[in-house]
Structures are given as structure tokens and as C-alpha cells.
Design a protein around this ligand. Structure first.
Ligand code: FES
Ligand SMILES: [Fe+2]
Length: 344
């Protein structure tokens, strides 16, 4: 009699990465209900400063208020769905680019051009508000009217992050990459280090693969790997370790000595996503910043090639579903379990 083996876990089947109905579910049941990272608050430092953005097809604008808080609105005029531009004047206003309706920066309708004030009730036509939270210098939003408490996930993330003093890092640069793959292909790839020796020769040279470790938490996971101090592209430190946080659904924190980088993975359609990188640095010099950004760009391009190739193959009739290593791919399994549970 043969010895029965534990069967490895099945990965999500290929249609999760190719069929639009899954993306629709993910948008409605995950993205529109989760706290989403928008970017560093340092981009809008003065009252009236606006950050216009779109995330999962929702046009938004984050506006710095007179009291220094940040409010977020849909970037959609209540007249007939025009968009705003930020008019800087003595008082700051949001002015619609279509027929010129004017709103104050707290979202109140000020001047409904083409209408008598007696015709409309301005209070009913103020800008639609989106829940906003600032945490460690980062802007997060949640499209739900009654969102889950921010602390449910981020208190735990904060506890694990506490030794890294993110508040000391200064925002330096934003870079975006458009990738022809489903957003989960990118996440699956990020969530394991098994591919590092094969796909990333230079990273493999810098990181001791045997030290690679994954810890799982509710709604996030943390991978870490020891850096070889003689070859590391990062600042020198007594703790030469790189940490890779994945906060579900789509936020990555990459931490290495002297630097902190956030990634936002945004689905564009079922076979395409965009990844936004924001770089923050401690006190390193220009040359070190450039070296870090170039190294990161090299790894990113290697990952993009793999992800785009995998996406093509997932669309083939030659592949149905894969398997996940219980030893080296537990981060992938944890993420895919979260996706299944959140959309069921
Ligand atoms: S749509 Fe904004 S003023 Fe008409
Ligand atoms: Fe990679």
C-alpha cells in the first residue's frame, strides 16, 4: 500500500483572472468596501490644495481644508456631472469645467451659474463626501457610507510597523507602471519569494534567500529577507532586513534601511492593472535615492515580464488552475482565501 500524500492547495482557477464577472464582484464586494490608499498627504500641504485622482473608475478629489484637515469628494459636479479644476484665489474654490458652478473647498455649493438661488436648495447639492483617514502621513479613503473601522486592520499593521518610524520618512517621488495582467496576478507574484532566484538575479545576490520568511495576520501579511550588507543598494543599518507588507486588498509597503515605498495596485480591467509607487526616504543623499529607484525599477520590469506572460497563459485553454506550495507560497494562499471569502 502506498503512503497517502497531503495534496497541495489549488490556486484560484484561471477564470478568476480572465472573466469580467469576477472583477465586477471584486470591485463591488472588496474595493468599494475597503480602506484604499490614495497617496502621501504631503502632496497637498496648503489649504485649497487639491489631489485629483481616479481609483477603480471613481473620480475623486482630496482637498486640504482651512483647519488643515483633508476632505475627499467625488470629482463630479451636481449640475450635470462635469469635473472640477482647482481655482486658486483669495478664497479657494472648486470650479466646474463645464458650466462654471462654484463650490467652496468644504464642498458647499456657492454659485450655481445659470440658476436663481430661489430655484434650488444649495445644501442638497453640495459635493458628495467620501470617508477619509490620514495615517502615518498617508491618505486613505473608503467609499462605504458606513465603513468598517479603520483600526480593524490598521491598528495591527501599526503594531507590526512600530519599530520602523515611518513618520520620519519624507515623500520623494511617484512612479506608475501599467501592466497587462489581472491585478491578482501582480499580487500573487508579490506574495512569494520562491521566484526570486529565478527571476531577479540581482535581488537574489543581495538577499539571503534562506532567510526569507512569511508571517500571516488577519487581512495582511509580512514577508522579510536578510540583506547582504556588502551588496545592499540601501542605507547601512544594524538591522539589514527588507520587509514586504501586503495589506488587503491592494496596498504594499516595502521597507528597507533608509527607505519606505508604498505600492497601490489598481485594476483597470480584468486583464490590465496599474501599479503606483510612492518613494519615501529617511535622510539618504541624492545618489543613494537614485540607486534605490533604479534598482526598484529593474526588479519591477522583471516582475512585469513574468506577470504579462502568466496572464497570456491564464487566457489559454491549456491551463485551468495551478497549485500552491504550503511551504513557500503561504502568502499567496492567504490572499486567495481572502479573495474567495470576501466575494462569496
Ligand atoms: S456640470 Fe458642472 S456646472 Fe454644469
Ligand atoms: Fe518579483
Amino acid at each position: 500500500m502506498g503512503v497517502s500524500k497531503n495534496k497541495p492547495t489549488n490556486s484560484l482557477s484561471a477564470d478568476w483572472y480572465t472573466d469580467d464577472k469576477f472583477l465586477k464582484k471584486e470591485i463591488n464586494q472588496i474595493f468599494l468596501k475597503s480602506w484604499l490608499l490614495i497617496g502621501p498627504e504631503a502632496q497637498i500641504s496648503n489649504p485649497g490644495d487639491c489631489l485629483f485622482q481616479s481609483i477603480v473608475d471613481q473620480p475623486i478629489v482630496c482637498v486640504r481644508q482651512e483647519d488643515n484637515s483633508i476632505k475627499t469628494f467625488f470629482n463630479i459636479c451636481r449640475h450635470r456631472a462635469g469635473s472640477f479644476e482647482n481655482k486658486k484665489s483669495k478664497n479657494n474654490y472648486l470650479v466646474c469645467k463645464y458650466h462654471g458652478w462654484t463650490y467652496s473647498i468644504n464642498g458647499q455649493l456657492k454659485s450655481p451659474r445659470g440658476f436663481n438661488k430661489s430655484e434650488i436648495t444649495s445644501e442638497d447639492l453640495c459635493l458628495k463626501y467620501i470617508n477619509t483617514k490620514i495615517w502615518k502621513g498617508l491618505i486613505f479613503i473608503n467609499f462605504c457610507d458606513k465603513p468598517t473601522s479603520f483600526g480593524t486592520t490598521f491598528n495591527d499593521v501599526g503594531r507590526v510597523l512600530a519599530p520602523y518610524k515611518l513618520e520620519n520618512f519624507v515623500f520623494e517621488k511617484k512612479v506608475s507602471y501599467r501592466i497587462k495582467s489581472n491585478w491578482k496576478v501582480y499580487l500573487d507574484n508579490f506574495l512569494e519569494g520562491l521566484h526570486i532566484p529565478i527571476v531577479h538575479p540581482r535581488l537574489n545576490d543581495v538577499m539571503d534567500y534562506r532567510s526569507y520568511n512569511t508571517k500571516l495576520y488577519k487581512n495582511f501579511s509580512v514577508q522579510s529577507g536578510k540583506l547582504d550588507e556588502s551588496k545592499s543598494p540601501y542605507a547601512q543599518s544594524s538591522n539589514n532586513v527588507a520587509y514586504y507588507f501586503t495589506i488587503y486588498p491592494n496596498i504594499l509597503f516595502n521597507i528597507a534601511p533608509g527607505r519606505f515605498q508604498t505600492n497601490i495596485i489598481e485594476p483597470l480591467d480584468v486583464k490590465e492593472c496599474v501599479v503606483h509607487f510612492d518613494y519615501f526616504f529617511d535622510s539618504v543623499c541624492e545618489k543613494e535615492i537614485l540607486r534605490d529607484i533604479n534598482f526598484s525599477d529593474e526588479i519591477q520590469k522583471e516582475d512585469i515580464l513574468i506577470c504579462e506572460g502568466v496572464q497570456k497563459n491564464l487566457s489559454s485553454i491549456g491551463f485551468e488552475k495551478g497549485i500552491i506550495s504550503d511551504k513557500y507560497e503561504i502568502g499567496v494562499k492567504h490572499f486567495q482565501d481572502y479573495i474567495r471569502k470576501s466575494t462569496s
